[in-house]
Write a protein that binds this ligand. Sequence first.
Ligand code: RUQ
Ligand code: CUA
Length: 654
Amino acid sequence: MKKMLNNISALLLGALALTIVGCSGGNKSSSGALGSNVAERVYVAPGEHDEFYAFVSGGFSGQLAVYGLPSGRLFRVIPVFSVDPEKAYGFNEETKPMLNTSYGFIPWDDAHHPDISQTNGELDGRWVFINGNNTPRIARISLSTFETEEIIEIPNSAGNHSSSFVTENTEYVVAGTRFSVPVPQADISIDEYKGKFKGAMSFIKIDQQTGEMDLSFQIMMPGFNYDLAHPGRGKSHGWMFFTTYNTEEANTLLEVNASQNDKDFIAAVNWKKAEELIAAGEFDVMPTEYAHNIYDESTHTATSTMKTEVRYLDPSKHPGLVYFLPTPKSPHGCDVDPSGEYIVGNGKLSADLTIHSFTKMIDAIENKKFDGEAYGIPILKYDDIVAGVVKQAGLGPLHTEFDEKGNGYTTFFISSEVVKWKLGTWEVIDRQPTFYSVGHLMIPGGNSRKPYGKYALAMNKITKDRYLPTGPELTQSAQLYDISGDKMELLLDFPTIGEPHYAAGIPADMIKGKQTKIYKLEDNNHKYVAKTEKDTKVIRNGNEVHIYMTMIRSHFAPDNIEGIQVGDKVYFHVTNLEQDYDVPHGIAIIGANTSELLIMPGQTETFVWEPKKVGVWPFYCTDFCSALHQEMQGYVRVSPKGSSTPLKWSLDGD
Ligand code: RUQ
Ligand code: CUA
């Protein structure tokens, strides 16, 4: 085992050397690549719009960033799994329930793989889904409000990494566990891992009208690690493919002990069959606990419901539900080409790419070309399912995307490059360095039947000398390549938020025309809305005080409040009365233990203030909204606890 450890260390050290060589040579080759007209090709003139939206995951920031391509300009950071003081997400009373889980309020997660909804295998621009790894969750974000509308927790899962991927008509969003764990959780010895731990694959049904998510069923897989997934499409529609590693079922020193098997598997799951089994009642039910959180656009308020059971299928009991496709060397990415015929497994410790054929897979299943089984799941014969191998393509392949011309583009982490190769002939056509250590790659629509293969976006883990240094922590980065010709051309570097993992891109025309501009006041059903200044008031209920407040250019109503006492819990329910596009107002008060509120036209939001000191305390608008923005302010008088100062409120004496 020592020896094995040494070998692996040698491989990784070699890889490091390669990366560093890449660094020193990098600047030269990149400036060489940047010909005279490159700047023009990413230049979007002032006032002009970009051609694509790119939704780039924030990784350990827990957020989703929205960029324009080709400019690389950052438009918005959508808070998803992490609190965001800029937008009060997770701070105001309305959105706190979004971050509720069976473990209580969780203010952070690790967001990896956005995927845009599809119809007939093509991007449709309704929603984007993204996974939270750490406390397993899936979120749905509206592409007309750019707000997180829903988060569902995934029970029995741990390290929710082979997620969140949509099927061809967004029938399901699929979430696979990374870690296997005892299911249901139990106090058992970690040494009992092998055979006892399970990996849950979750199929979340999507309501086609509302987008609402419902955890339909889980498939309880053997105790491997499940890394990534992609849906079948076209001929392979109805199947979902997951990479596995650690088929050794090691529970310690995985870098060695999970690198023993020459091949791990891609698990091919026939979800249409699973649907039939569920419809026929052939499932078991397990008690569990998970939160389902929905933001309601009419009340501007989220609610959290705790669910208590889940249906599941045991694949060993249902022949035909799952097959294993042997795939070399701890595969990471699992990608399906636009035709649905080819399933690419990227073995992290391999120099080759293995591509399976869906047609051959079906033939092997029908003719029982099996090579044994694992936990009752048939293993297909490797030689009978392989379509081809891209030989010696690079070192450390991670992810593959596709264009519409029959090419695959694979990232190589160790050799820091993107390699373009041809589907069917498996020949390498081009390779371009990345700076440095690329993880994912994104081509708009590159995970669909209809890619828009004009640009590819590489997302890098390491930037070293590429930007101005900023202390020990450097920015991570994306790089834009023009892939419209035979050779890829590097056009642009731009910094990203957090650690970019996957991204999803879409032509801007598909969503920019359907943006919500304001929330209509008449449709505002918030429990504490004040639709006019006449409706504003202050109500005391024991030590709870509710302020129904409004804001409009350039004042609050009321703006003078007296009769608040130390020890009160003061709820500011604030409605923005504006009905014009792009006129938010903010509000903040000294000593509040929350963030500001930033309230869109027609919306109501609430923060809680627990005054601790006697005095007269100002509040103000935090968003520069008009020439008289600095006049948009007010005072709250706080008296000692038990004082007889009467409760009163006013605007200009009324
Ligand atoms: S994983 S590289 Cu979630 Cu590949 Cu990021
Ligand atoms: Cu309202 Cu500044």
